[in-house]
Write a protein that binds this ligand. Structure first.
Ligand SMILES: Nc1nc2c(c(=O)[nH]1)N[C@H]1C(S)=C(S)[C@@H](COP(=O)(O)OP(=O)(O)OC[C@H]3O[C@@H](n4cnc5c(N)ncnc54)[C@H](O)[C@@H]3O)O[C@H]1N2
Ligand code: MOO
Ligand SMILES: [Mg+2]
Length: 429
């Protein structure tokens, strides 16, 4: 059995990110959130586009006002008013000033803004009561934030609200992003039914399909629901074969352990896959199977990744969070930050494992005054118990050979799901 860190490294090593040139698509500003930029963005505009005022006040020539102070204010003639959006019409000469508002374009001849709080206006004259702090004060100089032609945004970043603001300001309305990776999801098992079918003794509702599809979508990829397939090798073989023809990644759940009806590994081998991982020393999730179909076998431009996830509902989810999600992030074109997100948290409970495999105990991470706390989910930590998985946003990691962790100790927790909202105070203490 491979240690988890080695399995992760091996999987990530085998993931070739989508090629942005071949796998790009164009989206608009309103649909670009969370998409990954596939080509560099360069603007032909300077930022700021021109010298402009940072404050409401008067645009002046520094030379005219540098000697002014409260006892001997300098008087300047106001010859123009410039609001944001208006082009200045004249040059400001010595002894003159322009009334200017925040964002207004600095008129030629001026280099400094005096804020109106330091002035007094009488008719068409303004008296400057204090010296401005320095030359060019309150002027946002053209091109001082960004010079036209330089790289503005680099490919491989996820577009978030700040990047959308940058793109909008740069008038980039058509944005080239990576297409979403296509992820086929199939559930295997004679016992499986859909949630709307009546339950007969021994049957199990296919919950993995829904959880995995939602996780895939949450990771920015496109889930393809292939449905349920019985433990019949020829049917499963056809389904897997169709899945590799249509998807970049295939996720199956079930059929990867040692039972008589666990056929996935054999079918992968028959179909020409290279099986890299057959088991990982993690609990839950031990029988994780990871294989690749080379580009030629899959008749594609690039290899297809296959994750045979264990059927137990918690095992399937934990395996996704720990191994599949980072791989999907890398595949999707993200230039960095694919890896699983581990944080340090103070455990609010005694934690136990059998010490044989790296153990993931599910529960809740709380953010209390900037520090993480881990609260273990109540109830059974069996990999078949999906009931107490609800509200999980953290998996405490119990390392191999360290069977007990005492309440109050700092532990490593894999943060999963949506970002944390800080809580005002701890529930337990
Ligand atoms: N003798 C051994 N038995 C088992 C071992 C072992 O090492 N030796 N490993 C155990 C571990 S650990 C796991 S995990 C499971 C993995 O089993 P499979 O991946 O082969 O999955 P199945 O046998 O098909 O199903 C297991 C369990 O999960 C339920 N299931 C399956 N698919 C779904 C689904 N889509 N939605 C909800 N639940 C599902 C299925 O009904 C079974 O109850 O093997 C252990 N056995
Ligand atoms: O490793 Mo299995 O995933 O315990 O149930
Ligand atoms: Mg089995």
């Amino acid at each position: 059995m491979l240690p988890a860190s080695q399995a992760e490294a091996m999987i990530l090593d085998l993931v070739q990110p989508l090629d942005g040139k071949r796998n790009g698509e164009v989206v608009t500003l309103l649909t670009a959130i969370d998409r990954i930029l596939a080509a560099p963005v360069v603007s032909q505009l300077d930022f700021p586009h021109w010298d402009n005022s940072a404050m409401d006040g008067y645009a002046v020539r520094y030379e005219d006002v540098r000697t002014s102070h409260a006892e001997q204010p300098v008087a300047l003639e106001i010859v123009e008013e410039i609001r944001a959006g208006q082009a200045p019409k004249r040059e400001i000469k010595s002894g003159q000033a322009a009334r200017i508002f925040t964002g207004g374009v600095m008129p030629s001849g001026t280099d400094t803004v005096v804020i109106q709080e330091h002035t007094k206006r009488e008719g068409n004259h303004v008296f400057i009561f204090t010296a401005p702090p320095e030359e060019k004060a309150f002027v946002r100089e053209g091109a001082s934030f960004y010079q036209a032609g330089a790289p503005l945004l680099l490919p491989g970043i996820a577009l978030q609200p700040p990047e959308l603001a940058v793109l909008a300001a740069a008038q980039c309305t058509q944005i080239k992003v990576y297409r979403r990776p296509r992820v086929a999801i199939l559930s295997t098992g004679d016992e499986l039914i859909t949630p709307d079918q009546p339950l007969q003794l021994g049957q199990i509702v296919d919950s993995n399909q829904y959880a995995l599809a939602a996780l895939v979508a949450q990771t920015g990829a496109e889930p393809l629901h292939l449905g349920i397939f019985p433990d019949k090798p020829h049917i499963l073989r056809r389904a897997i074969s169709q899945a590799i023809a249509t998807a970049d990644v295939v996720l199956s759940s079930g059929g990867v352990s040692v039972g008589d009806y666990d056929y996935v590994e054999q079918i992968l081998a028959d179909l020409g896959a290279t099986i890299h991982i057959r088991a990982v020393a993690v609990k839950p999730g031990k029988p994780l199977t990871f294989a690749t179909f080379s580009a030629s076998v899959a008749s594609k431009h690039k290899p297809v990744l296959y994750f045979g996830l264990p059927g137990n509902p918690v095992s399937a989810l934990v395996s996704f969070w720990r191994f599949v999600q980072p791989a999907l992030r890398k595949l999707s074109g993200l230039a960095h930050s694919w890896g699983p997100m581990f944080v340090q948290a103070r455990s609010q409970h005694d934690l136990k494992s059998d010490g044989q495999r790296e153990t993931y105990l599910w529960g809740q991470l709380h953010l209390i005054e900037g520090c993480y706390e881990f609260h273990l989910a109540d109830g059974s930590h069996s990999s078949g118990n999906l009931i107490n998985l609800a509200q999980t946003n953290g998996l405490a990691v119990i390392p191999i050979g360290q069977p007990a962790i005492a309440k109050g100790e700092i532990i490593r927790v894999l943060q999963v799901g949506t970002p944390l909202i800080p809580l005002a105070h701890s529930k337990q203490n």
